[in-house]
Design a protein around this ligand. Structure first.
Ligand code: HEC
Length: 149
């Protein structure tokens, strides 16, 4: 292979790599994970409120879908990513990482509890959604999310 050819290949590889990093990164990934959580919460809350008929299978499935999220989420906070222009993450995360991770564990426990409660009936499910699940969102956001809009 001649050197011009090599240069073309190197250049095109580089531009692919930089295009990819412009659209995806830990900040985008952690926002996507939060959006996936919202999707499941939007299935759970109307059922818990009685606005849509309680469906134990769908309720449990909504929780199952996000059961892996908290563990993945906490891995997406590399140092310096509080400086990203689009992030709402508070710099306090990095000075209180242990507490931040504990709050993610609370979410994980609440998701499990809500999933189990779905199998126990509408009353148990409602208690888990309002008594645990949505409280864990607020607890972490109040401490570690700076809402920009
Ligand atoms: C362990 C802490 C923690 C928990 C628990 C948590 N969040 Fe978040 N959430 C965050 C942080 C930090 C951000 C900001 C991320 C960023 O902008 O980089 C965020 C952002 C969001 C966003 C905005 C996403 C975007 O597109 O910018 C939504 C919506 C959201 N969370 C919903 C929820 C819901 C619903 C729950 C509960 C079921 C929840 N979160 C639980 C920490 C948490």
């Amino acid at each position: 292979m001649n050197s011009l050819c090599k240069a073309v290949i190197v250049a095109s590889t580089l531009s692919v790599a930089s295009a990819a990093s412009a659209v995806a990164g830990p900040v985008e990934d952690r926002k996507e994970l939060m959006k996936s959580v919202v999707k499941s919460v939007k299935i759970a809350v109307p059922m818990a409120k009685g606005e849509v008929p309680f469906d134990a299978t769908a309720a449990a499935a909504a929780m199952q879908t996000i059961s892996g999220v908290p563990d993945k989420f906490v891995m997406l906070f590399p140092a310096g990513s509080d400086k990203h222009e689009k992030t709402e993450a508070s710099p306090k995360i990095w000075t209180n990482m242990k507490d931040f991770m504990a709050k993610a564990d609370d979410l994980k426990a609440a998701i499990e509890k809500t999933k189990t409660a779905a199998g126990e009936g509408e009353g148990a499910f409602k208690t888990a959604v309002f008594g645990s699940l949505v409280k864990t969102c607020k607890a972490c956001h109040d401490a570690y999310r700076i809402k920009k809009n």
